[in-house]
Design a protein around this ligand. Structure first.
Ligand code: MTE
Length: 311
């Protein structure tokens, strides 16, 4: 992993994603790092929180992370998003921030991200369907953006909403889809403010492919993948727990919290292990799933809660 430790210019695929990426890789490979300037304090000052070491976990090749996706707006097969997401226009893009904030507003993505430093974070993504990947995201803490809109004291949750544009999203035109669009997700405000929770605008040093949720998606590495809502157009601060798409569809199978938990099986399959991609019939690459996907520093957020009940 030591080769990962580098600072680099993000290729200017898009004019607004031209800021110099802040060097960083979570604590990936800390033990393997050379002992010069890069100390834990140095990382801490740059907003990195310790995570479980992932030094021996290989990054999932970009070809998998951008071709094996869930993005039901483009269909329900894993290859549908890569085939059809180019039909979505992501420029111009506006995001509306509303609800319990002193400064609500609808704002273009370039302005929304103005002055925000981007960082690289290598995170495990554990899907509820029991496969996982390791992805180097380019993004920034959720808190940095939300704070700008000055949440009021009454704000307790954050609700996120994806684009609705059936003309460009064939899944939204589909007769067979049972999802009530828009795709919506939510977090408790203290979860959203945890330094591990990020908005991503890129991955693998590139701007986010449409199928991965361009131009702005959530990444919450200690929760099942479905919490990481893609192509966000709405952020609403609320007093009450907001509805979430999978919970609305099947409350018994998908809870609001959706923390990765090997001790709580999905009603139809075990969550004790996961298939790390790339995997095949002959090399299944099956590994044990860890509580909170290995990011145990988030455990204090749930102190005193019964995580079997609040699954
Ligand atoms: N966001 C939207 N808008 N629509 C979706 O269908 N699927 C979720 C999540 N975000 C989804 C979404 C699910 S189920 C998963 S596992 C992750 O996106 C997959 O992210 P990836 O395709 O980048 O790996």
């Amino acid at each position: 992993m030591a080769e990962r430790i580098r600072s680099y210019e993000i290729t200017p695929e898009s004019a607004w994603l031209s800021r110099r990426a802040v060097l960083g890789a979570g604590v990936a490979g800390l033990a393997a790092w050379p002992s010069h300037a890069l100390s834990q304090d140095w990382l801490g000052q740059r907003g990195f929180a310790p995570g479980a070491p992932i030094a021996d976990e290989a990054e999932t090749p970009f070809e998998y992370a951008s071709a094996y996706n869930n993005f039901y707006e483009f269909g329900s097969d894993k290859d549908d998003p890569a085939r059809h997401a180019h039909e979505m226009t992501v420029d111009p893009w506006t995001v509306e921030v509303s609800g319990e904030v002193a400064k609500p507003g609808k704002i273009g993505i370039e302005d929304l991200l103005g002055g925000i430093d981007l960082e690289e974070r290598i995170y495990r993504l554990r899907c509820v369907e029991a496969w996982s990947m390791v992805i180097p995201w380019i993004g920034f803490p959720v808190k940095k953006l939300i704070e700008r809109f000055e949440p009021t004291g009454a704000a307790k949750y954050v609700a996120f909403e994806t684009l609705v544009r059936p003309s460009e999203m064939r899944g939204q035109r589909s007769f067979f889809s049972s999802i009530d669009w828009p795709y919506v997700e939510g977090l408790r405000l203290d979860e959203a403010y945890h330094p591990l929770a990020i908005f991503a605008v890129g991955m693998y040093g590139k701007v986010l492919p449409n199928q991965n949720g361009a131009p702005l998606r959530l990444v919450v590495p200690w929760k099942y993948g479905f919490k990481s809502i893609k192509s966000i157009v709405g952020i609403r601060l609320t007093r009450r727990q907001p509805p979430t798409t999978w919970n609305l569809l099947q409350a018994r199978e998908y809870g609001f919290y959706a923390n990765v938990n090997p001790a709580v099986d999905h009603p139809r399959w075990s969550q004790k292990t996961e298939r790390r991609l790339p995997s095949s019939l002959f090399a299944p690459n099956r590994i044990d799933t860890k509580p909170f996907n290995g990011y145990e520093e988030v455990a204090p957020l749930y102190a005193g809660m019964d995580l079997r009940k609040h699954f």
